[in-house]
Design a protein. Structure first.
Length: 231
């Protein structure tokens, strides 16, 4: 089915600086710059790091993270939708709903070790009803946080998309319980009129929810991988 987009929206997008830049630099999305510009200002991703990217399609953040971590690192992209594969051995993608309980094990199966950083640009389908959309966005951010707390190594970092609004205050309080430093980020590449913003949480405190990585052939066989991606 072909998606028909409003003409004004398409024209607006074409004029957009980061849209053009992403096209010229062969990035999969303008969102790439939201991560790369933040990571330049606050170097929370290092060369050699293991990264889990939640809500990763079409893969712009994967590209940004891959550049920073390089060959000695590893990036795992997770999305409900298939992501066109990357040729690099240190980049993998899986189709999964990270809010489902089985996602933890699915993710662990692909990781070489506990991740240093979990990033989430996951976004729900927008209904257009502000309260509903904000609640859905914060719920997704909270689910990403809960998963990050189980996955991350001690003192690991977390970067997540949120929407401004009432529910954000409570979410920030929860994040602050688990991380030593929490910053609000409105990346330049984020549209000024959008209520989207990001939280950067650094240095995870030790938490009882952390799980040991249990990878056995049994638990990891039959995991959906990018080989299931269909063009
Ligand atoms: N960061 C990406 C990039 O740079 O290309 C863009 C991400 S896009 C804004 C949001 C993504 O979140 C969508 O692809 C959507 O399918 C994904 N998503 C939403 N809910 C999800 C869930 N429960 N599990 C996995 N992915 C989810």
């Amino acid at each position: 089915m072909k998606l028909i987009l409003p003409k004004a929206w398409i024209q607006d997008r074409k004029k957009d600086y980061y849209y053009k830049k992403a096209k010229a630099e062969q990035y999969r999305s303008r969102a790439t710059y939201k991560l790369s510009l933040t990571a330049i200002k606050y170097p929370f991703i290092q060369q050699g790091d293991v990264i889990v990217d939640l809500g990763a399609a079409p893969g712009g953040w994967i590209q940004a993270a891959r550049k920073i971590v390089g060959k000695t690192g590893f990036v795992l992209g997770v999305d409900l939708k298939p992501i066109a594969p990357f040729p690099q051995e240190y980049v993998r993608t899986i189709i999964a709903d990270f809010t489902e309980p089985e996602a933890l094990q699915q993710i662990l199966c692909f990781l070489p070790r506990k991740p240093d950083v979990v990033i989430s640009d996951a976004a729900p389908n927008i209904s257009g009803v502000w309260d509903v959309d904000q609640a859905r966005q914060i719920d997704l951010a909270n689910q990403a946080l809960q998963l990050a707390l189980k996955l991350l190594r001690p003192r690991g970092n977390f970067f997540v998309k949120v929407f401004e609004g009432e529910l954000l205050t409570e979410f920030i309080a929860t994040v602050k319980q688990h991380f030593e430093i929490v910053k609000f980020i409105k990346p330049k590449a984020s549209r000024a009129k959008s209520s989207e913003m990001y939280l950067l949480a650094m240095h995870m405190k030790s938490t009882p929810t952390m799980v040991e990585q249990a990878k056995t052939e049994e638990t990891c066989s039959g995991t959906t991988s990018e080989e299931d991606w269909i063009e």
